[in-house]
Design a protein around this ligand. Structure first.
Ligand code: PMP
Length: 353
């Protein structure tokens, strides 16, 4: 009976077997073909549905690996505390992991981040410490505050997602192999935005090692430096700022350093194109994702144009739009940001707040 059920499940393409708790449920997300973007470009546009992770974002993978790494090194002991600086999603993944494993969780987050992410963190039992959004070079930056807090606290560890290579290892060992298997080996290009750089670095490194001729690209929002870095070899901040959250890097993090020399080019994506894509994905595909996911899809379209029709382009849908609903679907917020006019006419019925 059990064997025949398993055989029937496998034949139907259903993954069979039981996973262990929250950590076991991380990863193995679907690879979704986006019909509207594929039709538009003449390429196969595929995207990992990372909002389907149990904590709701791509960062569940990093959170799991950062905790496993600290346990393996013996620096995180029973009853200990995990401290981290995060734009929210890594914190949410860590908060879930800490609940599952009996650790305490303290999160430093720039106060500019959405209220939905702060509420989610508090709801998961994390102690949330919002701090002013100041640059990395300022010692009051959320990252440095998290490090100091962990140093001063008894039995505490700083997860250090930006520079701890356990982050990119999650993508080297899981995201990359899943994409390769799900695409049946047929991938011509891969593109992703950079927060810590874990997703771009780990996945690019795995794909470069396993897919001959694959091209890897970074997609960058205004105000970040990775576009200049990957196109001119110089760390130079692009003009303006961005509504995107969780991405926009100004230095070569420890994780990005692991894919040095592997990135073939980059795209600078204006917010007007990103916000239009948020709405197009919902209107034409029924896919409800945040701005970094939309920026990645604009990046996938630009990648398709760069590599030419007939190729397969893969990217990531990082998290769901519910995490930003009070902003992305609010008429007054869109107007204040000068983005209302960028929403395609046929999608404006989706502005409901
Ligand atoms: N999108 C969102 C919404 C994120 O929160 C993050 C991580 N901060 C990223 C993209 C970028 O992922 P990574 O840190 O792996 O570069």
């Amino acid at each position: 009976m059990a064997a025949s059920t398993a055989t029937a499940g496998a034949a139907a393409g259903v993954s069979v077997g039981i996973v262990r708790g929250f950590p076991g449920a991380v990863g193995n997300t679907p690879l979704v073909r986006l019909g509207s973007l594929s039709d538009k470009t003449g390429c196969e546009i595929l995207a990992k549905a990372e909002w389907m992770n149990p904590g709701g974002s791509v960062k569940d993978r990093a959170a799991k690996y950062l905790i496993m790494d600290a346990e393996k090194k013996g620096v995180l002991k029973p009853g200990g505390t995990v401290v981290e600086g995060t734009a929210g999603n890594t914190g949410i993944g860590l908060a879930h992991m800490c609940r599952a494993k009996g650790y305490k969780c303290v999160i430093y987050i720039p106060e500019t981040q959405s209220k939905e992410k702060m509420e989610a963190l508090r709801g998961l039992g994390a102690e949330v410490r919002p701090v002013p959004a100041v640059p990395y070079k300022d010692e009051m930056n959320y990252n440095h505050q998290a490090k100091r807090c962990a140093e001063e606290m008894e039995n505490a560890v700083w997860a250090d997602q930006f520079d701890n290579p356990a982050n990119q290892l999650a993508h080297y060992e899981t995201t990359g192999p899943e994409i390769l298997a799900q695409a049946g080996g047929k991938i011509d290009a891969w593109v992703a935005a950079v927060g810590t750089g874990g997703t771009l670095a780990g996945t690019s490194r795995f794909l470069k090692e396993n897919v001959p001729g694959i091209k890897c690209f970074a997609a960058d929002p205004p105000g970040a430096s990775m576009f200049a870095y990957y196109t001119k070899g110089e760390m130079e901040r692009s003009e303006g700022g961005s509504i995107t959250e969780g991405i926009g890097q100004g230095r070569v993090t420890g994780n990005l350093a692991t894919c040095e020399g592997l990135i073939d080019g980059a795209f600078l994506i204006p917010d007007a194109e990103t916000i239009a894509m948020v709405y197009n994905l919902l209107h034409y595909e029924g896919i409800f994702v945040g701005a970094s996911s939309a920026l990645n899809m604009v990046g996938a379209v630009k990648t398709a144009e760069a590599v030419g029709a007939g190729n397969t382009v893969v990217s990531v849908l990082c998290d769901g739009a519910a995490r930003y609903q009070s902003r992305l679907f609010s008429k007054s917020w869109l107007t204040e940001k000068g983005l209302f006019e960028s929403i395609p006419e046929e999608c404006r019925y989706l502005i409901t707040l």
